[in-house]
Ligand binder design. Structure first.
Ligand code: AMP
Length: 206
């Protein structure tokens, strides 16, 4: 019979891998790119509310028409609409063993709604990954992305409005999650590969 060197009660026991994650940062910080990479490595779905809205806009659904009217101005889609959409997404099978939420929650109301959803599912967040970037650099990145991709909310005026809305409505969420000890800050100004590596390390040392 062998005795395992670590068990659940030993101080060296590894914490279970973090699989219920958020990635947060201003528009243009690289959340989408990094979320796709980290989610693939962990075999969890990356759930981007912006992508779900854009898919609905392309599909010309009722939700898409509503969302577009806010997105094109750089404003947030109303919480009630966004919360319902995330609730049904988190109830899907592939999200039962973890998820990486990208772009949600973005308001304090959404934080509360997410807490409620996770409590109902008997789970809780493991970690909040914060990409720290320079605001001016971000504007330049997004202007370039808009020129390449034709994303209709990547015009300089809308980008500046999105940054204001982020500072006003989303930055305060960091304090809430900091108080819970969940936030890990990563320099988002490095290369894509370096940022991914820093995110892996942040998750490993959580
Ligand atoms: P993103 O792709 O995350 O930059 O989101 C693009 C746009 O979709 C935002 O500027 C908002 O108009 C809308 N959006 C995405 N996520 C949310 C959210 N959690 N709450 C409200 N609006 C959102």
């Amino acid at each position: 019979m062998t005795t395992p060197s670590t068990d659940a009660t030993s101080p060296q026991a590894e914490a279970p891998a973090a699989r219920r994650l958020l990635i947060v940062g201003p528009p243009g910080a690289g959340k989408g790119t990094q979320a796709a990479r980290i989610a693939e490595e962990l075999s969890i779905p990356a759930i981007s509310t912006g992508d779900i809205f854009r898919a609905n806009v392309s599909g010309q659904t009722e939700l898409g028409l509503l969302a577009k009217s806010y997105m094109d101005k750089g404003e947030y889609v109303p919480d009630s609409v966004t919360n319902d959409m995330v609730r049904s997404r988190l109830a899907e099978d592939d999200a039962q063993d973890g998820f990486l939420l990208d772009g949600y929650p973005r308001t304090l109301d959404q934080v509360e709604a997410l807490d409620g959803m996770l409590t109902e599912l008997g789970s809780a967040l493991d970690c909040v990954l914060l990409l720290v970037v320079d605001a001016e650099e971000v504007v330049q990145r997004l202007v370039a992305r808009g020129a390449e991709s034709g994303r209709s909310d990547d015009t300089e005026e809308t980008i500046r409005r999105r940054l204001e809305v982020y500072a006003d409505q989303t930055a305060p969420l960091i304090d809430v999650y900091d108080r819970r000890g969940l936030v890990r800050r990563v320099n988002g100004m490095a290369s894509i590969d370096e940022v991914t590596q820093s995110l892996r390390e942040a998750l490993a040392t959580r």
